[in-house]
Each structure stands twice: as structure tokens, then as C-alpha cells.
Design a protein around this ligand. Sequence first.
Ligand code: NZQ
Ligand code: ZN
Length: 394
Amino acid sequence: MIKDFNFYAPTRVVFGGQAEDKIGQLVANYGGTRVLLHYGGGSAERSGLLGVVRQQLTQAGIAWCELGGVVPNPLLSKVREGIDLCRRERVDFILAVGGGSVIDSSKAIGYGVPYPGDVWDFWDGKAVPQACLPIGAVLTIPAAGSEMSSSCVITNDDGLLKRGVNSDLCRCRFAVMNPARTYTLPPYQTAAGATDIMMHTMERYFSKYEDMTLTDAISEALLRTVRDAAMVVLEHPEDYRHRAQIMWAGSLAHNDLTECGTEKDFATHRLEHELSALFGVTHGAGLAALWPSWARYVKAKHLARFVQFAVNVMGVTNDFTHPEETAEAGIRAIESFYRQIGMPTSIHELLGRDITDDEIETLVDKCSRGGTITVGAMEVLNAADMRAIYQMAR
Ligand code: NZQ
Ligand code: ZN
């Protein structure tokens, strides 16, 4: 079966070594006259990128104010600060310089400025966004794919609730991507980013809609490309060619291209978001710690798909007589890849200690919202399934 789809990817992508020369013009073209320049904890200042961006805005005659200090797994408290600042300064455009955390913080501020109520209402299911300030991104880490996605993931500091909201309103007007800006990434962030990119594709590839072979072929090429390029750039951080493959893959993996004809599963993501909310771990690393256990938990009912993944992506030889073994070999192969790039394959490796039973119960309770919701699409998982997967991954 092929699922009907409605594909929308409106973000202009300006990609390449000179891409930053266009920032001022892009902001002006998309109507920015008073900009919030939003960024993270210091990498963009240290690399000189923020200097380039400020120069671009000055040259284009655009006024701006600044708010830095966005942390990985971005917080609602910073979003509130941004909303206040934007209202005070009458900001009409947000320029995010950073990765998924800065872009998501920008999206949340963008939702909050025109909304008279409490911005958390959108993540709490009490309201649906009706408007968002226009946003542009200058991407510094290929990972979350937020530069082209409709998603915005925020952590409420009060209760450590990490949740996503999806709406086309927050999609970036443009994304400026210079692969050379990713040379400075710490190896752990490079590896976690590659893991997240691959997972955004795998969360759509492992689907009960199995007949869109073109989407499968795109997904498999994307997965092999990122896997191979990640190994190269960890050895040679300044390899432009392979940094470029990863950067473009990061956008294609999460702009819904690999969902055309399939559907989002995202169970591993939902399980992971609780880990990164509770323990502050890096999202991509959390995914690596969980996916093999999710795969082993659901694979029996979807063997053909796991065999296809093993053979077409992980290069396992298909003996055509033992599909269970071929499927398992594919999972073992990706675990071995994770180890090679320094990613964990269990929660113990992720946290550097054992997780307690109480902590697992907290994760299950949050992920299932007290047993009231399920996650996943290929296999729908309830609280008992979530508990079993966290236990397997511990
Ligand atoms: O804060 P700075 O100093 O900039 O350091 C960052 C941060 O510590 C650093 N970094 C970024 N670019 C760098 C750099 N260091 C050196 N050189 C550079 N060029 O990397 C660290 C991680 O940055 P972050 O923005 O947190 O990474 P990522 O892009 O992985 O974003 C993670 C967040 O996005 C969410 C995740 O849950 C997490 O909160 N996601 C958002 C999605 C979306 N909106 O579509 C989908 C994803 O599945 C994901 O859930
Ligand atoms: Zn992700």
C-alpha cells in the first residue's frame, strides 16, 4: 500500500561555501526590518559566524536585537524571555544561528509573540498555533532537521516535560547552510547528528506502507551516504565534500521527502525525548541507545522490512532462508556502526551508570502521559510496551 500524501517543503535553501554572503539580502527579501538574532552557548561567537551575520544585517540596513544562551534541549524559560524581548523591540523577523535547539527556540518565540495566552498552551494541547513570526536559519549543525521541518520541540523547565508541536506556520523561510561551518563540531555532536539524521529517515522507512519503492530508494541512499560520510568526517573533520553530504541529508531526512507514500512512526523519538528531558543527554545519542531495543521488540511482525534494511542499507548478505537471522544481523550491524562513531547502544552507556527501576517508571509515565496515550505507527506501543523497551535498552 502507498499512503496518500500532501508534500510541502517551502524553505529556500542557500547552500555552499559562500552562502553567508546572502544573509542580509534574504532577511530583507522575506520582510525583516527589526530582527531578533537568536543563538546558543558560544560556538557561533567563537567561530566568527555571529560577526559575519551582524555585518550582513548592518550592510542591509536592518535593525536587530540579540538573545543568546539557548541550551541543547531548549527551555521554555528562554522562550518566554525571547517573547518579551520581541514584543518590547517590535521584532518582525527571527534569525536563528545554530542548530535544532536554537531554531526550535526561535519557532516557539515566533508562535508566542502574536499569541495572547501562555505559549505552553500549544505543547499542552490547549491551543493550536494560528500565527508565527517569520523565521530564517543559519545552520551550524546538521542533525535535527528543524531548518526544513514543521516541528518545534521544547522542554518545559517546570516538570521537565519535553514535547513537540507541528505546524507549517513555523517552517523556516530560508536556511543558509555552509558545510565548512560544521568543521568545528565536537566529534560527539557530529556523531549524534548523523545518528539523528539517519533516525529521521528510519522512523519513516520502518512503516507498514511498503510499496513506495522510490521513497525506499531515496531513504536507503540517504542512510548509506550519511553512515559512510560520518565515518570520513570523524577522521577528517575538515572534509568539505563529506560534511556537505551530511548537511544536505539532514534537511532531506526531516522535510518529509522520505515520508512520501509512507508514514511517521517516531516511537523511538518519543521514547528518547523523555530521556533527554530527564537526563539532559544529547538527543541523537539517546536515539542510538534505544533504537536497537525498539527494533528487536517489533521486528518479528515486520521481518521483510528489517531484512530489506539489513541488506540494502547495512550490507548484510541475504541467505533467503533465515529472515530472522538476516534481520538481526542488520540490527547488529548498526550497533557496530554506533560503537565505531562513539555512540551508545544502551541507556547504561548513555548515562555512564545503571538506570533505576523508578527512573524507568518515570520515563514510562511521562511518555504515556500517565497511561493515556500510545506512540508509534508501524507498531502502536502502550505503556507496557514502552516499559519493556526501556528495560531491554537499560
Ligand atoms: O550552544 P552552542 O555553543 O552553539 O553549542 C552547540 C550545542 O552545544 C554545539 N554546536 C552547534 N553548532 C556547532 C557547535 N559546536 C561547534 N561548532 C558548531 N558549528 O552543538 C551542541 C548541540 O546543538 P543543538 O542545537 O542542541 O543540536 P541539534 O541540532 O541536535 O538539536 C537538538 C534539539 O533539536 C530537537 C532535539 O530534541 C533537541 O532538543 N529536535 C528537533 C526537531 C525538529 N524541530 O524538527 C526534530 C528532532 O528529532 C529533534 O527532536
Ligand atoms: Zn531527531
